[in-house]
Design a protein around this ligand. Structure first.
Ligand code: BGC
Length: 243
């Protein structure tokens, strides 16, 4: 069983065909850079381009960086504001001619990590954070994933993701130590509320975990995502076939 997983991010849209038994990509990733914010119809075109690239006819799952209720997108902190209140499933299905399933990007990554990555066979409470353009979050307990929006908690007087996202470190050219300590302080706030047993850090920066994990003094064990930056694609593909 295979599905096409698409991960919509702040700077690129990535897709790949995923073997749902093993959680591995059976193709190279296909990536479309998005230097400027795409409007919803242009995003639908980009998704159609990915489907066409793979000549794909099967299930399609999409991870979107915002709150999803049912088929609707309710927030769009880092993408075009026209996504707010847009029926994403309707728009993407209509423009691509494929039936798509839509979920939050961090929830997708958490699904993949719980099934194939660092949460595999773990029944306890797991907090997953994705650090990229924004901060994605999801909680898993007994393997069930709940999307969260912890990136928008108030931290240091700001929207937390404006302080601790990986994009902020790059934009402000912060040292790993300065950024890592801020991230550590933020994670301690999350820990006091959620008490996870395991914290999984995903997003592109998770590949460089040895540069900043040392600054995170958490109660829980902190690990990089097993699927690194592919968790979003794999999880979106899993979502496509979830009942
Ligand atoms: C969005 C979340 C998303 C995260 C990571 C945040 O700005 O509100 O829904 O999961 O970015 O992309």
């Amino acid at each position: 069983m295979k599905a096409l997983g698409i991960d919509i991010g702040g700077s690129a849209i990535k897709g790949g065909i995923v073997n749902l038994k093993t959680g591995s990509l059976v193709t190279e990733r296909f990536r479309i850079e998005t230097e400027k914010q795409l409007t919803p119809p242009d995003m639908a075109k980009a998704i159609a381009q990915i489907i066409k690239h793979f000549k794909w006819k099967g299930p399609v799952g999409i991870g979107f960086p915002g709150v999803i209720h049912g088929t609707r997108i309710l927030t769009s902190a880092n993408l075009h504001p026209d996504f707010i209140d847009c029926d994403g499933v309707k728009l993407f299905s209509r423009k691509t001619g494929s039936k798509v399933a839509l979920t939050n990007d961090a929830a997708a990554a958490a699904l993949a990590e719980m099934k194939f990555g660092k949460g595999k066979n773990f029944q306890g409470k797991v907090l997953l954070l994705t650090l990229g353009t924004g901060v994605g979050s999801a909680l898993a307990y007994r393997g069930n994933v709940t999307p969260l929006e912890l990136g928008h908690l108030l931290f240091e007087g700001k929207d937390a993701e404006k302080v601790v996202a990986s994009s902020v470190r790059k934009k402000k050219d912060l040292s790993w130590g300065i950024w890592g300590r801020k991230l550590g302080a933020y994670i301690r706030v999350l820990e006091d509320a959620l008490w996870p047993e395991l914290i999984v850090i995903g997003g592109g920066v998770s590949a460089k975990h040895e540069k900043f994990f040392k600054y995170i003094k958490a109660r829980a064990k902190v690990v990089p995502a097993g699927l690194l930056n592919e968790a979003g694609i794999v999880g979106a593909a899993l979502w496509a076939v979830q009942k």
